[in-house]
Design a protein around this ligand. Structure first.
Ligand code: FES
Ligand code: FE2
Length: 347
C-alpha cells in the first residue's frame, strides 16, 4: 500500500466500539491510533476509555483487569484506577500514588456507538459528534426505525479522508453505485468542523430522466473526519452512520450502520413480519452499496494534487481545505488560509 501523505493521527471523534459490546463490569481491549486501549463500564453504567497499561509495572489491564464498583483493579498487584485514570488505592500501602495517571480519553455514547475524542495536543473537544437522530432538522426518533444493521471491516488500508471525499464526488455514484444518472449537489457547507453536504439522487428509472425532475435525495453531516451521518428523503426512509478509525500508520477500522424506517400510514396496516423482512433486505442492500465504496478505498492511493475535472474542482478543493484543520501539522488556520495553502501545494 502507498502510505497516505495524510496523518493517521487526526483530531476528532472516532468510533472505537459499539455500546452493546461493553456491558456493566466488562473490560474491552482494542488498538487505535497506535495505542493499546481498554474500555470498561463501571457499576453505575459509566464508560471509561484509557490506555491499556498499568502505570505501576505495566500489566495490560485488558487481560485480567476487573471492575470493582466505580474503579478498575489491575490483575498484577491489585492497584485500583479511577475513571479519571488516577491511582486511588494501593492495597498494601496507606495511600495511593497521586502522581501517576493513566491517559484517559473524552468519551461519548451516541448512535449506539462509543466515540472517543482523539487529539495529539490534548485539546478538549471543539465540536460534537453528529447524532443520526438528533443532528438533522425535524424528526428524530429511533422508535420510528427498525434495529440498527451493521458492517464491521477491520484493518483495511485506507485513510478516513477517502471516505469523506465521497461527499463531493458526484461522478462515482454512476460507476460505483450504478445510479441511472449523476446526482447533483445542492449544498456544500465546509465552514465549521461539522460540515454539511446535500445532494439529489435517485436509484430508480433510466438514464433518460433529468436530475431536475428527481424527487429524492440525501443529507449528510460530517463530524470531523471520523463520523458521517446521513438521512434520506423521497425514497425508502433510511439513516446511515459511517465511522472510520485509524488503527496504526497504515490501516483503519470501518464501521457502517443503517436504520430503515418502519412503515407509516396505510403501509403500517400490512403484515409486520413481512414488512420487517423487506426492511432488513433493504438495509442489506444499503450496506452492499457501501461495500462497493470500501472495495475502492481499500486499494486506492491518495492523489495529491489530483487530476480533477473542472466540475470537480470546487468541491474537492473545499473538502480538502476543510480536512486540514484536523491534522496535527495542518491546523490552526482559517478556512481561507487553509484553502490558500492547499492552492499553493496543488500548483
Ligand atoms: S502492574 Fe498494575 S498493579 Fe502492578
Ligand atoms: Fe459512495
Amino acid at each position: 500500500m502507498a502510505k497516505p501523505p495524510l496523518s493517521m493521527k487526526p483530531t476528532g471523534w472516532f468510533q472505537v466500539a459499539w455500546s452493546d459490546e461493553i456491558g456493566v463490569g466488562d473490560v474491552h481491549t482494542m488498538k487505535y491510533f497506535d495505542q493499546e486501549m481498554i474500555a470498561w463500564r463501571a457499576e453505575s453504567g459509566q464508560l471509561t476509555v484509557m490506555n491499556a497499561y498499568c502505570e505501576h509495572l505495566g500489566a495490560h489491564l485488558g487481560f485480567g483487569g476487573t471492575v470493582v464498583g466505580e474503579v478498575l483493579q489491575c490483575p498484577f498487584h491489585g492497584w485500583q484506577w479511577s475513571r479519571e485514570g488516577r491511582n486511588v488505592c494501593i492495597p498494601y500501602e496507606d495511600r495511593p500514588n497521586r502522581g501517576r495517571r493513566i491517559k484517559t480519553y473524552p468519551v461519548t455514547e451516541c448512535n449506539q456507538s462509543v466515540y472517543i475524542w482523539h487529539d495529539m495536543d490534548g485539546r478538549a473537544p471543539f465540536f460534537d459528534a453528529p447524532n443520526v437522530f438528533g443532528s438533522f432538522e425535524g424528526d428524530s426518533n429511533v422508535d420510528a426505525y427498525y434495529p440498527q444493521q451493521r458492517l464491521f471491516r477491520q484493518g483495511l488500508e485506507l485513510h478516513p479522508q477517502y471516505v469523506l471525499e465521497n461527499g463531493v464526488d458526484f461522478a462515482h455514484f454512476k460507476y460505483v453505485h450504478e445510479t441511472p444518472i449523476v446526482p447533483v449537489f445542492t449544498r456544500h457547507d465546509f465552514t465549521e468542523p461539522v460540515s454539511f453536504v446535500d445532494f439529489t439522487i435517485t436509484f430508480e428509472g433510466d438514464d433518460g430522466q433529468k436530475i431536475e425532475d428527481v424527487d429524492s435525495g440525501v443529507e449528510a453531516i460530517n463530524g470531523g473526519l471520523g463520523i458521517a451521518v446521513t438521512k434520506s428523503w423521497g425514497m425508502v426512509d433510511n439513516r446511515t452512520i459511517s465511522a472510520i478509525t485509524p488503527v496504526d500508520e497504515f490501516t483503519s477500522d470501518v464501521r457502517f450502520m443503517v436504520y430503515i424506517g418502519r412503515p407509516t400510514g396505510r403501509a403500517a396496516e400490512g403484515d409486520p413480519a413481512r414488512a420487517e423482512t423487506k426492511a432488513r433486505a433493504f438495509g442489506e442492500e444499503v450496506i452492499r452499496q457501501f461495500t462497493q465504496d470500501v472495495h475502492i478505498w481499500a486499494h486506492q492511493r491518495y492523489s495529491d494534487p489530483p487530476a480533477l475535472a473542472s466540475s470537480e474542482q470546487q468541491g474537492f478543493t473545499a473538502i480538502r481545505a476543510w480536512a486540514m484543520q484536523f491534522y496535527p501539522d495542518g491546523g490552526g488556520g482559517s478556512a481561507a488560509e487553509l484553502a490558500a495553502a492547499h492552492e499553493r501545494r496543488s500548483s
